[in-house]
Ligand binder design. Structure first.
Ligand SMILES: [Fe+2]
Ligand SMILES: [Fe+2]
Length: 167
């Protein structure tokens, strides 16, 4: 694909991906505010954006197989842990922006658990085996992930394990 054209799809993919994530969060807020039908509308349109995202990914040749996808995911998580959040926290600290330091730090700590989970999944899938973990638990405050069972308290933000969401 020509570079200029490729860039148009990458830009579209980035925009649609942001819209998808935002709509799902807007749906949560709508539900909290007592608008369940608006929440459904956000979720439905989010799903539509997800279709565009998949189409854009396919056009870019970005979908291959699960082992390759886990490697990509792992690369992203490791980048966030090893470079991105570290640098972002330094900037936020330097500028004494407390809210920014907090959100970067929570993500930084939680991303490590994602990288570990993908690491394990990769070695399984590379020998053509599904992972034995049937349930994954996610902290609703910081996004820390825990396989098989939730911890008593989140090691990152101390939320009680019973609040974790099961997937
Ligand atoms: Fe992550
Ligand atoms: Fe947490």
């Amino acid at each position: 694909m020509k570079k200029m054209t490729e860039k148009t799809i990458q830009d579209a993919l980035a925009g649609e991906s942001q819209a998808y994530a935002k709509y799902l969060i807007f749906a949560d807020v709508a539900r909290e505010e007592g608008y369940p039908n608006v929440a459904k509308l956000f979720e439905a349109i989010a799903y539509a954006e997800r279709i565009h995202i998949r189409n854009h990914m396919e056009a870019l040749g970005g979908l291959t197989n699960t082992a390759e996808h886990i490697k990509k995911a792992l690369g992203g998580e490791n980048f966030e842990v090893e470079e991105m959040y570290d640098a972002f926290m330094a900037v936020a600290n330097h500028q004494e922006e407390k809210a920014a330091v907090k959100t970067h730090r929570l993500a930084f700590e939680a991303e490590k658990s994602h990288a570990e989970a993908f690491e394990k999944a990769l070695s399984s899938v590379e020998s053509s085996k599904d992972i034995s973990t049937e349930e994954v638990y996610i902290c609703p405050t910081c996004g820390y992930s825990s396989e098989s069972s939730p911890p008593e308290r989140c090691p990152v933000c101390k939320v009680k394990g019973e609040k974790f969401l099961k997937f």
